[in-house]
Design a protein around this ligand. Structure first.
Ligand code: ADP
Ligand code: MG
Length: 534
């Protein structure tokens, strides 16, 4: 069928044609191309085995589940699509892929003739095609586009979406254990999926692929370094570890961009091979987006930005639990005017002290402006947003407020009725008070610290407009060594996590069988991005 993007008909005649693309069985992606998500990979392997050796199960008297359905969830760029593809590659079966958003697009463009007996025919077509090509893997990417929870808003396209959604379980229930089709669905919003889809017998296995940890990242780097021509002085093992330590918070997709970008930079400089500095530049580029060298800041603005960044840098330097600094810059990039780039620690659990110090660091910019100029600018908006988010999370979710006690509520989400709020008006008021108290405590602490170390902030604030970027070494020169021990190498980061080898940790993937997704956003502690922007 192969109706690729260009062949996607928009007229009436295209009704009945699905946008699903069959990629024939010669898919060249293998499990070896997917790294850093060991457990998810093991999970998927089980499915592959069902497809490859059904007899092995039948011989033992085991019943193969009627439907082999799983959702792959996790942040964008963590390799969900890649893993599904690799599964097809390993099983040497056809891989049929369709994007959830394509369904809706078709409905909007095709008009009223789009349904057959009230059902959108596309879902049906897609499943028919899968049956015809069995054994195969049907991958529905971005399933949240059609699989949103029903019962909210009924305008035009919405009911169309409901039809699509209604049809899915109907089709899936029509499968039997001989169908031999694995249906995988990818989404980064599992929380909004309709419960009908994740009931047992449908997409009842949820495979989560989170951000890779440092070991995961170094294995992913290994995969993406394969095609590159590295400088002969570089040892791959050492290089991947170094790069992994420099890229906390990066996804697999970011890493693949870094590797490609490094090669592009090397080529641009007519270098015969890719060197370490090219990787460093590539990482910086991915973190910061492209620098806007042309944007002209008025001298006064430049000074303000410099003091703002200096404030954050100095607060981070002298607070024990703040993340280690890498560099401070006032070169505008993206939407931001300056940045403090720091190394996010590999952490899953934040203590109250760590969260508090992070808040103080964020507030450092505004406090510095206040101290230096006696007035503040709107440049701290993004910092304040992060501070507020973190404070709310501490009080409402992590149960860190003594007054409120050991409770955890979901954040009310946009568009959600207030009825779902689990607490009383009085509690809501207490929450607001506690949040304000926490933020103002952080503000006082920051003000106090910066007032004490003001000469340091001055030094950085005056040096920044001259040099534009201050590396860690410059900061050590200006401020003296940081008074707290810091981790920066791969070995230090992975110490005590069971060997130095990459990717032996199984923490990257989690599964939960037969369990509906829990209500509410899965809010991570506010880690910010690796840069705090203006
Ligand atoms: P998702 O579907 O989760 O948004 P993709 O599978 O589309 O992410 O990933 C995009 C690209 O990023 C892949 O083609 C691959 O090059 C790279 N990538 C992402 N995750 C990984 C990983 N775990 N291992 C190797 N490469 C990865
Ligand atoms: Mg994808």
């Amino acid at each position: 069928m192969g109706a690729g993007p260009s062949g996607r008909g928009r007229g009436l005649f295209s009704v009945g044609e699905t946008t699903a693309r069959v990629l024939k069985s010669n898919i060249d992606v293998r499990f070896a191309d997917v790294a850093g998500c060991e457990e998810a990979r093991l999970e998927i392997m089980e499915f592959v085995n069902f497809l490859k050796n059904p007899k092995q199960y039948q011989d033992l008297g085991a019943k193969i589940p009627k439907i082999l359905g799983a959702t792959l969830t996790g942040p964008p760029g963590t390799g969900k699509t890649l893993l599904a593809k690799a599964a097809a590659g390993e099983a040497s079966v056809p891989f049929i892929t369709v994007n959830g958003s394509e369904f809706l697009e078709m409905f909007v463009s095709v008009g009223p003739a789009r349904t057959l007996c009230g059902f959108p025919i596309r879902v049906h077509d897609m499943f028919t095609m899968a049956r015809k090509n069995a054994p195969c893997i049907l991958f529905i990417d971005e399933i949240d586009a059609i699989g949103r929870k029903r019962g909210r808003g009924h305008f035009g396209g919405q009911s169309e979406q409901e039809n699509t959604l209604n049809q899915m379980p109907v089709e899936m229930d029509g499968f039997n254990s001989a169908t031999n089709v694995v249906v995988l669905a990818g989404t980064n919003r599992p929380d909004i999926l309709d419960p009908a889809l994740i009931r047992p017998g449908r997409f009842d296995c949820q495979i989560y692929i989170g951000l890779p940890d440092i070991k995961g990242r170094s294995s992913i780097f290994k995969v993406h370094l394969r095609p590159l021509k590295l400088h002969e002085s570089l040892r791959k093992d050492t290089l991947v570890r170094k790069l992994a330590a420099l890229t906390p918070g990066f996804t697999g997709a970011d890493i693949s961009i870094v590797c490609n970008e490094a090669a592009l930079i090397a080529a641009w400089h007519l270098s015969p091979s890719v060197q370490e500095k090219h990787f460093e530049q590539a990482i910086e580029r991915v973190i910061r987006g492209l620098e806007k060298k042309t944007q002209v800041l008025q001298p006064r603005e430049k000074t303000t930005v410099a003091y703002h960044e200096a404030g954050q840098a100095v607060v981070g330097w002298f607070l024990e639990h703040a993340d280690p600094l890498l560099k401070v810059s006032i070169i505008p990039w993206g939407k931001g005017l300056g940045s403090v780039q720091y190394l996010l620690r590999e952490r899953h659990l934040y203590t109250r002290e760590q969260l508090f110090d992070c808040m103080c660091m964020m507030l450092g910019g505004r406090v510095a402006e206040q101290l230096c100029f006696g007035q503040v600018t709107g440049g701290a908006q993004d910092d304040l947003r992060k501070v507020t988010q973190s404070a709310y999370a501490q009080i409402v979710q992590f149960g860190m407020s003594e007054k409120l006690g050991q409770v955890s509520f979901n954040f009310p989400r946009q568009g959600k009725a207030l009825v779902e709020k689990l607490y009383s008006e009085a509690t809501a008021q207490l929450i607001d008070e506690e949040v304000r108290r926490l933020i103002s405590a952080a503000y006082t602490c920051t003000l106090d610290l910066l007032t004490r170390c003001w000469e340091h902030a001055e030094k950085v604030g005056q040096r920044l407009p001259e040099k534009e970027v201050l590396e860690k070494a410059d900061l050590v020169e200006l401020l003296g060594p940081r008074p707290f021990a810091e981790k920066s190498t791969y070995e230090e980061f992975v110490e005590g996590t069971g060997g130095l080898e990459e990717d032996i940790s199984l923490s990257a993937g989690l599964k939960c069988w037969n369990r509906g997704q829990e209500e509410g956003d899965v809010e991570q502690p506010v880690q910010g991005s690796s840069c705090s922007r203006w």
